[in-house]
Ligand binder design. Sequence first.
Ligand SMILES: [Fe+2]
Ligand SMILES: [Fe+2]
Length: 462
Amino acid sequence: MTGSLMQIRFTTTWLSGWICVLTLPSMVLAQQAAALNPPDSFWQPTRVPDRIVLTWSEDPATTQSVTWRTSADVTAAAAQITIADPGPDLEKTAETFVAVTEPLATNLGTAHYHSATFKGLKPGTQYAYRVGDGQQWSEWFQFRTAKATSEPFSFIYFGDAQNDIRSKWSRVIRAAWQGAPKAAFMIHAGDLINTAETDQEWGEWFGAGAWMNAMVPNIPVPGNHEMARRGTARQLSHHWRPSFTLPQNGPAGLEETCFTLVYQGVRIIGLNSNEKQAEQAVWLDDLLTKNTEKWVICTFHHPMFSTGKDRDNKELRAQWKPILDKHRVDLVLQGHDHTYGRTGLETPVAAANAGTGANARDTFTGTVYVVSVSGPKMYNLQRHPFMPRQAEGTQLYQIIHVNGDKLGFEAYTATGELYDAFTLTKQASGPNSLLEQIPDTPERLRPPVAAEPAKKASDVLK
Ligand SMILES: [Fe+2]
Ligand SMILES: [Fe+2]
């Protein structure tokens, strides 16, 4: 290239660059001012399966449930499965499971939800599956069944996603995936969405998880935002049960919202903290009395010890904490307070009101309680002396590792920095030991909001 030609090209590039610099900001600002949510057509179903999600309704070692959505003109659907093979001829060995189809009337029209449970699977085996109606199929997804023995594994836990899910939660679930791409499952401790019956928000939630939901099973429990107002009553969103195929082994009337399953020696218990708390207390006590698994992890939405200001759940704590204490539940994963905080092994006695700052101590019950938040909605922090690590204004995800007698807990910020960590170790008898591994980084707090300057009389008159 000659020097003069280079000069011309440079000048042209330089000029066009400046034109862009001058015009783009005003264009972007104008677009932000007029920012619109995607049109309704973006969220509506077609014949092509979407919102595909793995869950368990039965034993994770030998079964796998899958649920998906189509338009209402798909009236019969199926799922096909085969042991995953590097060769592409997956159809040739696939077994077909007929799906159960149910309609769901939403604010965007009627959709059909389909579910199938693969049964008779081999433990610790990688399978490939697809879902569809015989003409429109999903891609083939792969998952791995649980091993039949207590082998080590990791899983992910999220607090509330809830708001701006597409815009600002999607990065968190994707960062969590990058941190634990072989996670056994993902726990969601309620408030997955903000408005219980708004189809667009469910679309945002499923869109953020996308193909990860089709490869890693989900274990969700409902928060108060999955409860819809019907007159003076609040009832579970019409979306919940069609969207997820979960165990129905809890108390009557709480199917797929209060349940238990065992994954490689860990008993997972999902509770519904919105309703029938007394019935669940009886069920939980009976379940834990009979439990023979080494580790017990509970998840529910409303925390035993609130990390948000003026949000104490005194009645729920009075009903459930004595049972968690009695059976020395290892770990309790919660949401609701849009902040982060977790206890050590000592917590205030059940009778004390944590919100008033009472600091009487149990003898070691051995239970660690965690509250976390993954979405962008943030509350002010309630400080507790019995919580060694807390945060506000921070989106987080957690990766938990179970390996024999040890349980390792790690909380990460949305940008992938370790924010909190500890390890529990089983003892021959009595409560676990706890090793604190909090990183040497500052506590994250939101900058104080400046008080609005008092208005002058002259301004008021304008
Ligand atoms: Fe909540
Ligand atoms: Fe929430």
